[in-house]
Design a protein around this ligand. Structure first.
Ligand SMILES: Nc1nc2c(ncn2[C@@H]2O[C@H](COP(=O)(O)OP(=O)(O)OP(=O)(O)O)[C@@H](O)[C@H]2O)c(=O)[nH]1
Ligand SMILES: [Mg+2]
Length: 191
């Protein structure tokens, strides 16, 4: 696929006219610190478009990126062990749920990011079930494969494909740029 032109558009906290303009939207969802923002950078071939951090809970809004003036890529706040106050955590969960399950924007795909080395968490399974129930077009990204010991690779990947029930699982490393073309094809292809 050709290189991507990307720009940060804005952080969204609720209903926003930007999201209502009909542009197809791809949302990245997953635990805090799983690498959602890093995946955006790897997709667009830039190190610093989306801010990343070792401290979970950095992204506290829905950050919207414009891709090739054809799609919106949405970096959703992470769930799980965000080291943020309970009130903030509740607000972030509400924001995610509102966007995914209550809003009626042009959602093209939901990319559920799991930590390949840790495997599916309770929160991941809950989110996966909800996305399925709502009939979303789901893609699972198994990120941080660079951290898996070679001897454990197959077993770790199997732990994720077992819960995927036929949903595509893309082994990925935002750090090393592995899986980038496959993910681009899956979310931006066939248009
Ligand atoms: N080894 C390795 N580290 C990664 C990879 N992807 C991300 N990281 C690291 O994981 C940490 C978290 O990455 P972020 O991209 O900020 O994670 P996030 O999911 O956006 O986190 P929140 O915004 O808190 O929800 C950073 O230290 C990244 O450098 C990867 O593929 N391999
Ligand atoms: Mg982030």
């Amino acid at each position: 696929m050709r290189p991507i032109r990307a720009e940060f558009l804005r952080g969204v906290n609720g209903t926003d006219e930007l999201l209502s303009d009909g542009t197809p939207q791809v949302a990245l969802i997953g635990r805090s610190n799983v690498g959602k923002s890093s995946i955006i950078n790897s997709l667009v071939g830039r190190k610093d478009l989306a801010r990343t951090s070792d401290t979970p809970g950095l992204t506290q809004e829905i950050n919207v990126y414009g891709i090739d003036r054809a799609w919106y890529l949405l970096d959703l706040p992470g769930y799980g062990f965000a080291r943020v106050p309970e009130k903030v955590r509740e607000r972030l969960q509400k924001l995610n749920w509102w966007y995914l399950f209550d809003s009626s924007y042009a959602q093209k795909a939901a990319v559920l990011v799991m930590d390949a080395n840790v495997g599916p968490s309770e929160n991941d399974l809950e989110m996966l079930a909800l996305l399925r129930e709502h009939g979303k077009h789901i893609v699972i990204v198994a990120n941080k494969i660079d951290k898996i010991a070679r001897a454990d690779y197959e077993e770790r990947l199997r732990a994720i494909t077992e819960v995927a029930w036929g949903i595509p699982v893309i082994p990925y490393s935002a750090k090393r740029g592995i899986g980038v073309e496959e993910l681009k094809e899956e979310i931006f292809g066939n248009d």
